[in-house]
Design a protein around this ligand. Structure first.
Ligand code: ZN
Length: 392
């Protein structure tokens, strides 16, 4: 069910993007869709992928939607050159047609322009052509692209038309507004969540912002159920976190704790080398192409694994064994260090075995790189004859 509470809006492009040609006013799709996004956020509380004119990568937009606990990621656009409203959904989520059609039809009705329908668009691999749909889809988020008419149709009376689009979304959302989500906007702007009036959470609380915090604690490495409930497990995790970071260990999530959690998450995100939205390591909640790569690597090293792209308990177990063997922190998460170690080993595995023959005598067969072959040749006495050949 599409609602204000499970939707992140994505203001499409960056500031000043896509200036409409032959327009009496200066119309930029990027600018107008940011204004639309900000208005939708203000009106319904639904979070955005950006609150300024900066461009954000598809994985990062996906990461934000995931962090927000959103099911839908609606990308806001106007079209060029074709007039009318058109929506795009994932080739693998035909069920999204219902929601997309409702949005498209309502927007077209409000604006009094044509509705051109709901489409999918495939690339040559048969997956979604648009990164804005394909990448969210990989992480279980329903990406929908909405072209709210053409640039031309929006370049006059732009403000009024934006207001009509908001009315259309209100109708789609059935007049519901959320009051609790604005903290997420604060988080991205200031790195601090607006806490409820009392200033901290206790086990009596049940809140969407608690879900957000649980999500963040999981990024740090806890395995909490994201239920918005400040239950005993969450309390335990909070206490542990406070202790580790020398905060007052009271289990209350006040501004200091919230700020510290944000800091740690941010640091993790910055240092991650994996192209995983926002977090930089894999946990049992992850699936997708990157997980497959990790499983494939583990398999080549000798673990018996099904390469299914699901980071399940088997994969986590294999990672733990791997970590133990290579002196890494044994937590079962495939983070930066672990992935780097895996990559190093696989590099060695892919190095060809070569037979080394010196002065007609085979001295052995080794895994050596081209670089090492060159070095060996350089360091041998000129009189020696060396032959190094690949072993198939
Ligand atoms: Zn666009």
């Amino acid at each position: 069910m599409f609602s204000v509470n499970n939707t992140t809006f994505d203001p499409g492009h960056y500031a000043g993007a896509n200036i409409a040609p032959r327009c009496s006013n200066r119309y930029s799709e990027g600018d107008n869709m940011l204004l639309l996004g900000l208005a939708l956020n203000k009106e319904f509380g639904s979070p955005l992928t950006r609150y300024n004119g900066k461009d954000v990568s598809f994985p990062n937009r996906t990461a934000m939607a995931k962090k927000n606990g959103s099911k839908y990621l609606v990308s806001l656009h106007t079209n060029y050159p074709t007039d009318g409203v058109i929506c795009f959904i994932s080739v693998s989520r035909p069920e999204d047609k219902i929601v997309a059609e409702k949005i498209g039809k309502t927007v077209a009705n409000k604006l009094g322009i044509q509705f051109r329908g709901v489409r999918t668009r495939k690339n040559s691999y048969g997956t979604d052509y648009y990164g804005m749909i394909r990448i969210p889809q990989r992480y279980g988020i329903h990406g929908i692209i909405v072209e709210h008419g053409s640039h031309r149709e929006h370049c006059s009376n732009t403000d009024e038309k934006r207001r009509l689009i908001i009315e259309a979304y209100r109708e789609v959302f059935e007049g519901k507004t959320s009051t609790k989500d604005n903290g997420i906007k604060e988080k991205y702007n200031n790195g601090i969540i607006d806490l409820p009036a009392k200033g901290y959470w206790t086990i009596a609380d049940n809140d969407r912002e608690i879900s957000f915090m649980q999500e963040e604690l999981n990024i740090i490495g806890y395995e909490l159920e994201i239920d918005g409930n400040f239950g005993p497990n969450t309390l335990e995790a909070v206490k542990e976190f406070q202790e580790f970071y020398d905060l007052e260990v009271d289990g209350y999530v006040g501004p200091n704790t919230v700020e510290k959690i944000g800091e740690v998450v941010e640091a993790l995100e910055k240092n991650g080398i994996i192209d995983l939205p926002g977090k930089g390591y894999f946990t049992t909640k992850d699936e997708g192409y990157e997980v497959k790569l990790i499983q494939q690597t583990l398999k080549e090293i000798g673990f018996k694994l099904v390469v299914d792209g699901i980071y399940g308990s088997e994969t986590r177990g294999a990672i733990k064994l791997f970590q133990a063997k290579y002196g890494l922190k044994v937590d079962g998460y495939a983070g930066k260090e672990t992935v780097r170690a895996l990559n190093n080993i696989i590099k060695e595995i892919n190095i060809p075995t070569r037979r080394v023959i010196i002065n007609g005598e085979q001295i052995g067969a080794f895994k050596v790189t081209d670089n090492i072959v060159e070095q060996v040749k350089e360091n041998l006495d000129k009189a020696d004859k060396i032959e190094i050949e690949k072993v198939e």
